[in-house]
Design a protein around this ligand. Structure first.
Ligand code: NAD
Length: 399
């Protein structure tokens, strides 16, 4: 059983699909692990670390993939990169399938079975494999760190001989996995934190982290959570009420961090140009939804924009990749937990249970065809399962 660890495209993706720890575990499962040289460097893992864990380091991806039964990557590899893998090899990555049907067809053409980690159902058994959570949690943390480095003031209140420094005011919009970690991080830095969400369940979570919850709590709010725990798209009327409530609040904030997403839709626009203009010079907005269309008017993907009134709007891409070592460590563990379920530990060979719930939810291609009901040619849109819709238009980095 050969496992290949790919080197991601330089400049695009600093994360890597295996850590020294998971390499050791794959070897323990009876696998021979081949790592493309330099694969872990941007995540602080050297070739010798992989070798020390029992892997063989080879010159490049081509050499790693040769004869592979399992190919592990962060981003979906190009079909051409899979040439040389064994027939029916399992390719596991954040596959970003939405809108990339042609690429899926090409991968199907290689005969590989491609799995999308971000389509993993959010059930208890699969929590350890949940890449959306492991990466969003880090993005939430990093958003606060990025905000603090763009902000020209301190976060905590300081009483010094030279005068008192007020605590920074941080407002988090969207209190899911990323938002809750942003709240916790900003609190640890001593900020005065408030947050909003459209799901009633978020209220208690925000308050338990010491944040003040601000939301229009009407009848629509009470129904805003889907059975899967995600937000519904809100009516135009609700959005107007929400905007009226948040507008005066935003004017008083130093930092606004937005994380709001709705499965299968572009990110809701929550902060208008007028709201940005109402903020004090030196204030900072971090838009974590920028790759899905953005929550903040004026956010530019990949840029830090400064408005005429001196407010910075930060639109970093691949925010988990800005914390590559930690993101890779957790992603690698998510992958390992899934791969472990695809292997028979006694015979030390691949034993995919094709009717397993986790396999069915994540498998995109098999035996030359795109097989996922959400992406197979001519599949009606209504058949896209909730977990698939949840990552619709999701950039790899969101995961
Ligand atoms: P997400 O990334 O889809 O969205 C981020 C947040 O934006 C959500 O909290 C959503 O309610 C909020 N939002 C959407 N529209 C908004 C608007 N107009 N205004 C303000 N906020 C808005 O969500 P997520 O971070 O993936 O988490 C969704 C839920 O799933 C959370 O309750 C989370 O705790 C839960 N979850 C469960 C599991 C599990 O059971 N295994 C795993 C991960 C997350």
């Amino acid at each position: 059983m050969r496992v290949a660890i790919l080197r991601e495209e330089a400049g695009l993706e600093p994360r890597v699909a295996a850590s020294a720890d998971t390499v050791k575990r794959y070897v323990g499962l009876g696998a021979a692990v081949f790592v493309a040289s330099g694969a872990g460097l941007a995540s602080g893992i050297g070739d010798s670390d992989y070798e020390g864990a029992g892997a063989t380091v080879v010159a490049d991806n081509e050499a790693a993939v040769a004869g592979a039964d399992i190919v592990l990557a962060v981003r979906r590899p190009a079909a051409a990169a899979l040439k040389g893998a064994n027939k029916g090899a399992l390719v596991i990555a954040i596959a970003d399938p939405f809108g990339h049907e042609a690429a899926l067809e090409e991968i199907a053409g290689t005969g590989a079975s491609l799995f999308a980690m971000e389509l993993m159902p959010r059930i208890t058994r699969a929590q350890v494999m949940d890449v959306l959570s492991s990466q969003a949690n880090l993005a939430g943390y990093r958003a606060v760190i990025d905000a603090s480095s763009e902000f020209g003031r301190a976060f905590p209140m300081m009483m010094t001989a030279a005068g008192t420094v007020p605590a920074a005011r941080v407002f988090v919009m969207g209190a899911g996995v990323a938002g809750l970690q942003a709240i916790a991080t900003a609190r640890r830095l001593g900020a005065v934190v408030s947050a909003t969400d459209v799901r009633p369940a978020a209220k208690e979570q925000v308050e338990s982290l010491g944040g003040k919850f601000i939301a229009v709590e009407d009848e629509e709010f009470k129904q805003a959570e889907t059975s899967g725990g995600y937000a519904k798209a809100m009516s135009a009327e609700y959005q107007q009420k929400q905007a009226a409530l948040t507008a005066s609040h935003i004017a008083k904030q130093d930092i606004v961090i937005t994380t709001a997403l709705i499965p299968g839709r572009p990110a809701p626009k929550l902060v208008s140009g007028d709201m940005v203009a109402s903020m004090k010079p030196g204030s900072v907005l971090i838009d974590l939804a920028v790759e899905r269309g953005g929550n903040v008017e004026g956010a530019v993907p990949g840029e830090v924009a400064t408005t005429a009134n001196g407010v910075k709007i930060v639109g970093h891409l691949n925010v988990p990749g800005r914390l590559a070592a930690t993101a890779s460590q957790l992603y690698a563990k998510n992958l390992y937990a899934f791969v472990e379920t695809l292997i028979d530990k006694t015979s030390k060979s691949l034993a995919v249970k094709w009717d397993d719930e986790l396999v069915k939810a994540t498998l995109l291609t098999r035996d030359g065809a795109v097989v996922h009901p959400g992406f197979a040619p001519a599949a009606p849109a209504a058949e896209v399962p909730a977990a698939a819709a949840a990552s619709a238009e999701a950039p790899s980095s969101a995961a």
